[in-house]
Design a protein around this ligand. Structure first.
Ligand code: ATP
Length: 357
């Protein structure tokens, strides 16, 4: 496989960037940095400003205030054509009447690159995405996953300083999504590309990113590695959005160094305190941190409301004195039927967040 691509990756920096459409502020004084050669995702619910942020990196929207850098260059006022950035769209945006080869070579055709060189680069690009030998086909003769790979190849061959993906997997089925996202991550890593990737799918973001930037209401709610976000969510929103946490009212009884002694419905657990004061707090309890035992085992008394067998694990909805709990249990040989009484304990995958919105 050719590795002649890459090597031009640049960092991206936003410094208090705002985008208003008339009176409506879609992105509100947002600052972040994406290191050269890394993959960052913009994650958040519909309408939070992800796509607008991505389009401002591309120059498809110009910011209302703030500054944007790509590498050493302040690109704030530059239009898309003067930025060294390529974008892969959710809809693939392939030209239907052109062959796969012509689609991938399109950028070279426009820039007047000699035909033989354009063809060679396009062939290398297709090989990179696993589509060697597909050059003569029309897009309509490819599957959705293959069409998306053509779109990736078309963006890659231009060797942009930054490669942007706008919900690239939305049109693919679940199995293919996983495969294509792994391919994108592999290519990004092996070529050392800078990628900014928009998604509203938290699992996808955790799976592919060096850094996840969680957005909410036009601002950044939290940024960090997938692990930091999962294990130390900053607030209720992030805890809820990432990893299906059970959000339960709790009380910090005392703090001993980094460890807090926390009461959840009277059951005591010790978890990292993160500098929170004694008093009311919200415990974000991961579904796999709720442990169900037979009745009489101590802990909180609960009742299984729903039980589902999912092959690799069991999922339960359990009524408890601290509210409804969603539970993932890997002990598939020890199922508990709906209606069963259980004793609930808590494992250590619990994060504390301030009890405020
Ligand atoms: P989604 O996941 O639904 O695509 P998003 O997080 O990408 O959402 P954006 O597309 O960035 O959100 O839009 C943010 C807000 O800005 C939305 O409320 C949207 O309606 C608004 N918006 C986006 N583009 C324009 C525009 N050209 N004119 C007016 N409002 C706009």
């Amino acid at each position: 496989m050719s590795t002649t691509f890459g090597g031009r990756a640049a960092s991206v920096r936003f410094d208090r960037v705002t985008k208003a459409f008339g009176d409506f502020v879609a992105v509100d004084s947002v600052s972040f940095e994406v290191d050269a050669g890394s993959l960052a995702t913009l994650l958040g619910p519909s309408g939070c400003g992800k796509t607008t942020t991505l389009r401002m990196i591309a120059g498809l929207e110009l910011s209302t205030a703030g500054r944007i850098w790509i590498g050493e260059h302040d690109v704030t006022g530059l239009p898309a054509t003067r930025r060294d950035v390529s974008m892969v769209f959710q809809s693939y945006a392939l030209f239907p009447h052109m062959t796969v080869m012509e689609n991938v070579a399109y950028g070279f055709t426009v820039s007047g690159t000699p035909k033989a060189e354009a063809r060679e680069r396009a062939e290398q690009g297709l090989a990179l995405v696993g589509l060697k030998g597909f050059g003569a086909r029309l897009p309509s003769e490819l599957s959705g996953g293959q069409q998306q790979r053509v779109a990736v190849a078309r963006a890659l061959v231009l060797e942009p300083e930054v490669l942007l993906f706008d919900e690239p997997l939305s049109n693919l089925d679940a199995k293919l999504r996983r495969r294509v996202r792994e391919e994108i991550r592999d290519i990004q890593r092996s070529l050392g590309l800078t990628v900014v990737y928009v998604t509203h799918d938290q699992e996808e973001a955790l799976a592919v990113s060096d850094k996840v930037i969680v957005m909410r209401n036009a601002a950044i709610a939290q940024e960090g590695t997938p692990r930091e976000l999962y294990e130390q969510p900053a607030d209720r929103f992030v805890a809820d959005f990432i990893g299906d946490a059970n959000l339960v009212e709790a009380e910090i009884r005392s703090v001993d160094g980094d460890l807090a002694r926390v009461s959840i419905g009277g059951v005591e657990v010790r978890v990292p305190g993160r500098g929170l004061p004694v008093g009311r707090v919200l415990a974000a309890i991961r579904p796999e941190a709720v442990l169900l035992e037979g009745q009489g085992g101590g802990g909180l008394a609960g009742t299984v409301r729903k039980a589902a067998y999912l092959g690799k694990h069991l999922e339960y909805t359990v009524d408890s004195p601290v509210g409804e709990l969603f539970v993932i249990d890997r002990r598939i040989d020890d199922p508990r039927p709906a209606g069963a009484g259980v004793a609930i304990r808590f494992g250590d995958r619990i994060a504390l967040v301030p009890d405020a919105d």
